[in-house]
Design a protein around this ligand. Sequence first.
Ligand code: HAM
Length: 421
Amino acid sequence: MARPLFQALPGTRDLLPPDTDRMRDLVVRFADQAIAAGFGHVIPPMFEDVGVFVRLGAASDIVSKELYDFEDKGGRRIALRPEQTASVCRIYAEARPTTPWKAWYAGPNFRYDKPQAGRYRQFDQVGAEVIGSHDPDVDVELIALAARFFEGLGITKVRLLLNSLGDAADRPRYLDALRAHFEADLGALSEQSRQTLMTNPLRVLDSKRPQDAALVSAAPLITDFLSDAASTAFDRVQGGLRTLGVGFELAPRLVRGLDYYTRTTFEFAADSLESAQNAIGGGGRYDGLIADLGGPPDPGVGFALGVDRTLLACDAEGCFAGPSTGVEVWIVSTTGGYEATEAADELRTAGVRTDRSFDARSMKAQMKSADRSGAPLAVIIGADEAADGMVSIRPLREQAAQQLLVPRSDLVAKVKEMLEQ
Ligand code: HAM
């Protein structure tokens, strides 16, 4: 076959059924759980003033290397959103809803990342944010929402990694200690990590390079630098998770890819996926972000789950096949009249997934289409049947089953009865 003139760009994918059916169902399940927990749906724009995202941390790769930014025709500096937390905070600062404000969202995000399995330039997230409460029980509620969601999909090989990054005031003391630790043995660090140390010492902890392993594992831990208030809050989060039976591992070296975090941070690691792309979700507190965006000094906490990676984890575990959306009835008609049009409309209105043949094809060709469609039933309307006010219903999957001749007026009831058998 000749190569088509255009193909989907690197890092983007065309999604078709059944993947789209699964993805839609996944979002609906997430929505149901978020709504059941009192969250309202927000739909932020897919692009914003670049300044909204620069606040995520100029030292993070997501901002410094991966942002899709451009000037629009009006001369505005724009960026496609790399995530939605910053937009939700910008909405909060603009609309000032009553607090605590609980919002959930779903949709695509854009990062100019190196494409590979589970890492795309356009990827989908579902997420939830709570703005306006310092209460660590909110952190517990959010983490439990994500954990129960994965549980509901049937994912079992997932570990919740939990950390606290302390308050803004705890950070400088920790960063000083971290810097001192690495600088004491600078020669042992990889060249890349030496660079990272200058811009963002925390991220050195995230180095997967074998050369850095020994120094990273001996590095001081943030949890030893927490203020009393941050430490008490972290205990409360852990107690809440234990109460709910949500398993977690303390991960004092867990560093997230965004710079806005304070106190609780967490990630869900799927052991069925390759370690470089095994984070199927993550989040935490960002008590300073709203003020950074020019809003009130209100705290926030939330998470986002990677839809694409979650589905890969489902594939790897053989769970959440997704709903069946194939047609249930195929209409075959050779009358040349509007019989097929009318019957299809009636069945669809009654909620029966129905399709039909077009182009006045022969009975044989239409029956072939019916077979190929996978529909369990064919409704056959020939000229004789139409004249007598009758239709035939033929089961397509069971060899022994008989074709039934029923009054046209009974079509919907009879089809429903047969589909339920
Ligand atoms: P994040 O860790 O950058 O956090 O992304 C959340 C999830 O999105 C990841 O765990 C991963 O599953 C998925 N993801 C990220 N990048 C890609 C990619 N290039 N391809 C496929 N999937 C990807 C955030 O985005 C924060 N906004 C989470 C948050 C909400 N924190 C507080 N509130």
